[in-house]
Structures are given as structure tokens and as C-alpha cells.
Write a protein that binds this ligand. Structure first.
Ligand SMILES: [Fe+2]
Length: 320
């Protein structure tokens, strides 16, 4: 009998892995300001909202994976992917799994033990349905398969490492709010060996911004949670990570790093339209409805104060 760690949805396939050292390279993208958008989860209204924010800021955009998830309706799948792929993009576990036919990895989420078995099985079912939709778009599927797993950017002289999961795996959980609380030393070691000032990630669904002391100075790990779903109790907006020279008046929280600010900005999408669309694709009793509708309607049991963990000498901004 296989161990639970070997079940679909519970493990990181070996081709998901890389070394933190891969980030010690020249930046491929240089920008004055940058939005990093993880976990759009097929929400077209959030896509529209975050692109409007970036355009207003004249900022570059990187989608760092899982821009697909609930978009099983073919026209919606096509619209999301054709728009996202006009920008820099990394593949998340969702894009990786729908681009291929490997049934053994399930959703590729590598869910840790604190996520229940029923939820993992539902994720595998969602992935199977989304893969069926993706089969109708071979060109998009090939494009998703060829996307990179990580990117190094430079903004205002700071080195920004961008990945979907963590510094070692596309679906790693070391940069989750839970792991950063329990094992900050591991995250700090990743920052040092990668030679990175800011690691921007997503995948684990809850946002966190945590500061670390490294030989390069203060470094940050910033996980935007989800751009396409609420991240805090009783809210109806997603989050994106913004890196720029001047603070945004809309930022919920952030930190100053040298001449730059790194912020969590709300992605204020049309909630009523989104939940109506979600309900049409995923009616009551469906796997996505059982796993996600409550969060989309009411937000998770998580508060802004839990997300910001900036240590001295990084200075927290006070826009909350
Ligand atoms: Fe993910």
C-alpha cells in the first residue's frame, strides 16, 4: 500500500525540483516597477483588475503560476491563457499538470499533512476536469508546457527571485505562512544560497511577508496568497505583490527595502459577477464548490495582522 506521501496530489514530482543556486544568475527582466501575480485561479475579473493596476503604474507584470484552476469552460480557459501569455509567465503545478498527461501526480500540489485527504482528492478531480478542457487547445497547452519554473528580475538594483512554490520546488511549501513560522531558518538559508533580496512566490493560498537578515542585508519573502480569491476573513479581493520606488496608497501592508517598497496590493475584482460565474461552472456539490465556495464568499480564517512579519531593520509601512 503506498504511503500517503506517494498519493496523487501529495508529492512533488522530481521534475518539479531545482536548486536554490539556480537563482544566482543574471536577471532576465529589468523593470522600474513590477507586479507579481500568483494564483489567479481562472478569475477573469481579477485578471482585468490587476492588469489595470499595473497599467496605471506603468509596471511590468509576471504571472507566477496557477493562473488556471476554475476556468473549465472552454472560452474562459482560452481567454485567460491568451491574455496571461502576453506577459512574462511561469508555470505553476496547475499549468504543468494540465499541459501533460501524467495521471500519477494528480493536481501536483504536494499538499502537506495539515491539508485533509478529501480536499486533496477534490483537487485531483478539479485538475482532471481542467485537463479535459485544455486538451481542446493544443497550442496553448504546448505554450504552458514550455513556460519556465523560475525567473530572476531586477528592480531598482534589487534582485528579485520569482517562483511558484519555493526556492527548491515548483510546488514547495517552505514559503507557506505555516512553514515560515515553524522553520524560518530554512527559508533564510534559501535566500542566502540564492543571492536574492526578495523572493516572490504563491501556491500555498495564504499570503505572508516575512523579513530576514542575510549577508546582502535585509531580505524578504513575499507570498501573495491568491490574486483571484479572497485572502483574509470577510473580504472579497485578491492580492498581488507590487515592487516599486514609491508606495501605493492602496497597499494593505508592505516594507521598505533600500530605495524600494514591496507591498501587498488588493486586486478588487467584481465579486458578484465572479461568484455567479463560479457557481455556473461549479454548482453546489461539485469538488470546487465543496473546497472553495466558502472561501470565495467569505474569505479564509486568516487576518492581515498574521501576514506581515517584517523584522528590523525593515520598516513596515502603515497603509492598513
Ligand atoms: Fe500551486
Amino acid at each position: 500500500m503506498p504511503s500517503s506521501a506517494a498519493k496523487p496530489g501529495r508529492f512533488c514530482p522530481s521534475h518539479y525540483r531545482y536548486s536554490p543556486g539556480v537563482f544566482a544568475r543574471e536577471p532576465a527582466l529589468k523593470a522600474k516597477s513590477l507586479y507579481i501575480v500568483g494564483g489567479l485561479y481562472g478569475n477573469p475579473y481579477a485578471l482585468e483588475a490587476v492588469l489595470a493596476l499595473a497599467q496605471r503604474d506603468k509596471a511590468a507584470v509576471v504571472f507566477n503560476g496557477d493562473f488556471n484552476w476554475f476556468d473549465v469552460e472552454p472560452a474562459e480557459f482560452q481567454g485567460i491563457n491568451e491574455t496571461v501569455l502576453q506577459h512574462a509567465a511561469l508555470r505553476g503545478n496547475v499549468e504543468t499538470e494540465i499541459a501533460g498527461e501524467d495521471q500519477g501526480a494528480g493536481c501536483g500540489c504536494a499538499y502537506p499533512e495539515w491539508v485533509g485527504e478529501a480536499e486533496v482528492e477534490r483537487s485531483n478531480e478539479i485538475l482532471a476536469r481542467l485537463r479535459e478542457t485544455a486538451r481542446g487547445f493544443p497550442d496553448l497547452r504546448a505554450h504552458l508546457r514550455d513556460l519556465p519554473m523560475h525567473l530572476v528580475a531586477e528592480v531598482g538594483g534589487l534582485r528579485i527571485g520569482i517562483a511558484h512554490g519555493d526556492a527548491e520546488s515548483l510546488a514547495g511549501w517552505q514559503f507557506s505562512q505555516e512553514a515560515l513560522h515553524e522553520h524560518p531558518d530554512r527559508a533564510q538559508a534559501s535566500l542566502v544560497s540564492a543571492g536574492i533580496d526578495v523572493f516572490a512566490c504563491t501556491h500555498t493560498c495564504l499570503p505572508v511577508m516575512q523579513g530576514f537578515a542575510t549577508p546582502r542585508g535585509t531580505a524578504l519573502i513575499v507570498n501573495n496568497g491568491a490574486a483571484g480569491m479572497p485572502n483574509f476573513r470577510d473580504t472579497h479581493f485578491g492580492l498581488a505583490t507590487r515592487i516599486a520606488s514609491a508606495p501605493s496608497p492602496e497597499a494593505l501592508y508592505g516594507a521598505r527595502l533600500g530605495e524600494l517598497v514591496v507591498e501587498a496590493v488588493p486586486v478588487r475584482y467584481h465579486h458578484d459577477a465572479w461568484i455567479a460565474r463560479f457557481d455556473r461552472a461549479w454548482p453546489a456539490g461539485s469538488p470546487a464548490s465543496l473546497s472553495y465556495r466558502k472561501r470565495i464568499a467569505c474569505g479564509p480564517a486568516y487576518d492581515i495582522g498574521q501576514a506581515l512579519r517584517v523584522v528590523a531593520p525593515t520598516r513596515a509601512l502603515t497603509h492598513a
